[in-house]
Structure formats: structure tokens, C-alpha cells
Design a protein around this ligand. Structure first.
Ligand code: CP
Ligand code: NVA
Length: 311
């Protein structure tokens, strides 16, 4: 298992995820104890797309651990446009302690990873959003007793967020149901990988096109935008494909009483989720957002602790 990169959820073993969550608990309770943990280490945040949570939580997280961060937006490095990804990776290898990458194409991160020897974190690609999934499940671990594996129902696009949740369910062994329109299902190859992992963890992963079937008896309802970053031109077509997939009060009634509602944010109220549900007491979306900070701090410390890789 490669300990110094999180490009996909499958880069972390069950044991590593448990360690990251245990460290997250300590970091959240006693943040000052860790204020020199990344002393003098400088990270690059290379973002091809906009961000609020990922950018700010990584940047504040790194500063709060005593490190430094350089944000590089879409106009700056221009991976693969101004120069080849492999050349950028080999140059940054000589300056930085690690990178957080947000790219359009997942291949850009994997290509970068072939040439960059220090910690790399996927801060969202078209294929996965592993930091989000980790923070989400950490949030659920705070809401449910340790012995409970909540049933999570994801309603919406079979996109990056769902792909990472599927791999996380397969690793940790929690039940995951998803409802997606026929043409917007999660990656078939990733599902195959998840099903093979689930043989060990016992995770039940189930897909349907019917949101009511997915949420029936669920402890948690999760959704994400219908139109992701970079898909704006497909907006009209996508909205049409997702009609009937909205997380609203009627759908919530089909889940368990007091089921929680999650959303990775940003939300498009009135599309994938109603304002009423977002603002309801069932919504834990801001706890999820907060935990991005704590989980990612733990993740960076975990990745940077790999022997022989310190700068
Ligand atoms: N959830 C999430 O990754 O948010 P940002 O796009 O604002 O980083
Ligand atoms: N699926 C969304 C997630 C945003 C955090 C996107 O890729 O835009």
C-alpha cells in the first residue's frame, strides 16, 4: 500500500483509515498540541477548478500545523498546457513537501503521481473526491455509536463523490445504496473493484434507479449537485435526466425517522435538494464541511509520516 498518496480511496487500507480517523479525533480535540507538526513544510495547492471548502480547509489546516501553503489557481501553472505534467511534477518535487491537486481529468493526477515523490492528495477530479468521502464518514462516526454501521442512501449523479463513497463503503464495510438515472451510473470498473473489496469487508452495495427504494429504511440520505464543475454546457440535458431525484421532504419521509441529510456542498437549492431540507434539523451538511478541515489535517500528517520521504 502506498502510504504517501491519496489519489483514490483505494490508496488507503482499512487500518490506515482507522488510524486517520483516530488522529482526527485527537486533532479536533487538542489542535494546539499539533501546531508544529508540519513545521516549515511548504505545500502547493494546484487547482484547475474553483473551490471553497477544499482550498480553505487545506490552507488553514496546513498553517495550523505550522506549515505553509501556496495556492495556484487555474491561470497559474496550467498543467499540461504551459508544460507537460511530468515536467511540472519533477520541478515541484524539488521545492515542495507535498501537493493537493484539483483537476478536471483524473489522469492528470495519476500522471503527476508517477513523477512526484512526496505526498499527493486528490482534492477532487472528475473521477473521485476521496477527502470528501473520508470527512463524510468521520462525520457519521460522530453521530452514530461505534457499533453501528449506518445505511447510507446516495441520490443523484454517479459522479466523483459517489465513486469515492462506494470505495469507502467497500473498505469500511458500511451498507451503501445509490439511486442514479440510467445514463449517470457510477463507474463500472470502480464498482467491480468495490465489489471485490466488499467480499472482505462485508459491505452491501446496491444500485437502483428509484430514489424511494434507495432511501427506504436508510439512516442517511446523501446528495450532490446534478451539474458538476466543468459540465455547465450540459446543464439543460442533465437537469432533465435527474428530474424525480430531488431530496425533498416527501423523500425524507421514506427514510428512517430522524435520518440525517448530507451534501458535499456547494448545493443548488431547488435542484438536487430543497431549501426546506437543507435548513432542516436533519441536515448535517455544515458538520461535514467542518470535518474536511480536521480529517485532512490528520491525513496530511499520516501521509507525511512515511519514512524516508521527509523533506
Ligand atoms: N465539497 C467541496 O469539495 O467543496 P469545494 O468545491 O468548495 O472545495
Ligand atoms: N460533483 C461535484 C462535487 C463538488 C464538490 C463537482 O465535481 O463539481
Amino acid at each position: 500500500m502506498n502510504h504517501n498518496r491519496l489519489i483514490s480511496i483505494s490508496d488507503l487500507s482499512l487500518d490506515e483509515i482507522r488510524k486517520v480517523f483516530a488522529l482526527t479525533e485527537r486533532l479536533k480535540k487538542f489542535p494546539k498540541r499539533y501546531r508544529n507538526a508540519l513545521d516549515g513544510q511548504i505545500f502547493g495547492l494546484i487547482f484547475e477548478k474553483p473551490s471553497t471548502r477544499t482550498w480553505i480547509s487545506f490552507e488553514t489546516g496546513i498553517f495550523s500545523l505550522g506549515g505553509g501553503a501556496i495556492y495556484l489557481g487555474p491561470e497559474d501553472i496550467q498543467l499540461g498546457v504551459r508544460e507537460e505534467v511530468r515536467d511540472v511534477a519533477r520541478v515541484l518535487n524539488r521545492y515542495l513537501a507535498g501537493v493537493i491537486l484539483r483537476t478536471f481529468s483524473h489522469e492528470t493526477i495519476t500522471e503527476f503521481g508517477k513523477y512526484f515523490e512526496r505526498p499527493i492528495v486528490n482534492g477532487l477530479s472528475n473521477f473521485e473526491h476521496p477527502c470528501q468521502a473520508l470527512a463524510d464518514y468521520f462525520t457519521l462516526s460522530e453521530k452514530f455509536p461505534k457499533s453501528v454501521k449506518p445505511i447510507v442512501a446516495f441520490i443523484g449523479d454517479g459522479n466523483n463523490v459517489l465513486n469515492s463513497l462506494i470505495l469507502l463503503a467497500a473498505t469500511l464495510g458500511f451498507p451503501l445504496r445509490y439511486a442514479t438515472p440510467p445514463k449517470h451510473q457510477p463507474s463500472a470498473s470502480l464498482l467491480k473493484q468495490a465489489r471485490s473489496m466488499a467480499q472482505k469487508s462485508g459491505a452491501e452495495i446496491f444500485g437502483t434507479q428509484d430514489p424511494e427504494e434507495a432511501v427506504y429504511g436508510a439512516d442517511v440520505i446523501y446528495t450532490d449537485v446534478w451539474v458538476s464543475m466543468g459540465e455547465e454546457k450540459r446543464r439543460a440535458k442533465k437537469i432533465k435526466a435527474f428530474l424525480g431525484m430531488q431530496v425533498n421532504a416527501k423523500l425524507l419521509k421514506k427514510a428512517k425517522k430522524n435520518a440525517f441529510v448530507m451534501h458535499c456542498l456547494p448545493a443548488h437549492r431547488g435542484e438536487e435538494i430543497t431549501n426546506e431540507v437543507m435548513e432542516s434539523r436533519r441536515s448535517i451538511v455544515f458538520d461535514q464541511a467542518e470535518n474536511r478541515l480536521h480529517v485532512q489535517k490528520a491525513l496530511l500528517l499520516h501521509l507525511c509520516s512515511r519514512k524516508g520521504k521527509e523533506k
